[in-house]
Ligand binder design. Sequence first.
Ligand code: 3UK
Length: 524
Amino acid sequence: MTDTERFWTPPSSGYNAAADMVDRNVREGRGAKLAFIDPTTRMTYAQLQERCNRVANALPRLGVLREQRVVLIMTDTVDLPAVFWGAVKAGVVPIPLNTLLTPEQWTYMIEDSRAEAVVVSAELLDRVGPVVDEIARRRKLHVIVSGEAASGGTSLASLLSASPVDAATADTHADEVAFWLYSSGSTGAPKGTRHLHASPMHTAKLFAQGVLGFGPDDVVFSAAKLFFAYGLGNAMSFPMSVGATAVLLPERPTPDAVMSVMRAHRPTVFCGVPTLFAAMLAHKDLGPGAGSDRLRITTSAGEALPEDIGLRWQEKVGTEVVDGIGSTEMLHIFVSNRPGNVRYGSSGKPVPGYEAKLLDDDGGHVAQGEIGELVVKGPSSADGYWLQREKSRRTFRGEWTHTGDKYRIGDDGYYYYCGRTDDMFKVSGIWVSPFDVESALITHNAVLEAAVVGKEDSDGLIKPKAFVVLKPGVAADESLLEDLKAHVKAKAGAWKYPRWIEVRADLPKTATGKIQRFKLREES
Ligand code: 3UK
């Protein structure tokens, strides 16, 4: 692709993301192409356009108007893109929420966003029903149910069949808020992160087309769900930007479920997270293409990909794993490896169109080879957090977005992840990245997962403490623990070895699967 295509400037007036992502595909002759496949439905771009139009008419008819919010608590089916882009077309602001949250978290987000309506998948009604009922007793809230609902709420299907198929496109601006995503964060209240109409296309051009080489013949399968920014790009914005196809899996992405999708739909692009790759590598059936004879690339994000997992995947599956770092604040990946030139153990280099720098605590540039906070500039950064001015000011500073991640740039120019800013600690005056120690621990063949925190010793000095989950059948005796310490000393450096090791059945994680080191710190 040319630089003019990649470094896109949206029109200065009249830009609606749904018109670009949905209607343009039909207008350019791709109406009969498959846009989405889920276990019960195959939907072409023409059918998607029709569904979106009906949604764009239905919402305002209910009284959900431009700039107002609609919350989506939905599994990944063809209804999700129809509702999401239909809302965007009408200028209504969709907010997909994680389907695995607690009732308290959903209540917080529906109230914080002042949503006028909630669209919920029928199979989630057991858990979401009481939440929306409770809110609806206090204020007006439309509840729309996708799928077969036994009772309660308006059915999406009936709402759509009662709505016209022709819809006007809301005359939105490229810089207008199009949708929100809640950023989970490891501390404090979740933050409604407001994204603009131009942002999905920026991420699609810069990362999907520019780095991954997405084209109209690609078929993508993202194990990461559409309610994550990672999944939303992978399985909606990216394929839709080029008229390609996405396969959707409503269930939990277990290795078995994932491999069955791979065999049935033969995707060319597979997007996952390191924990899933590790689980799939432990599965007896994992083989070439993970089941797809057309697989050309695997992407990884969400947490750093350990080198060992990347190498084993490449050996067994036959495709590279392209690790890149993205965030809800930047919408998608901004530092990434390049296909054909992957450096395992590193997050790669800035994606063309983004700039990155490493800053010390005083805001100065760190010296070459030193660890600093990763700060990034690019066109897809969010407009800010809803009603959280202090956090917005700290994160979005002019053109630069602060990630809260510690990175080091190697002599090779590649970016190496060194943990979160708030997880780092010093031992004998030397920085220890918990991630470093964890990476060493998981290369030991008795260890399944590990988390490391800084803990005060009897002298009040900080030393590493490890929490480990052992592989099934491994006994946690004293000699194993000594062996683990020696292993870290050898692999990561003597001062980094864990002075304490606690064996656990599992580790506390956020809804997005990130280890909550702060909880372990409190418990240690
Ligand atoms: C961490 C990584 C090391 C890092 C995301 C791709 O994960 C995404 O968004 P979140 O808001 O979390 C952001 C934070 O996660 N992280 C993500 N990727 C990597 N750390 N290596 C990586 N490859 O701490 C970052 O600040 O949940 C990922 C695309 C869109 C996303 N929103």
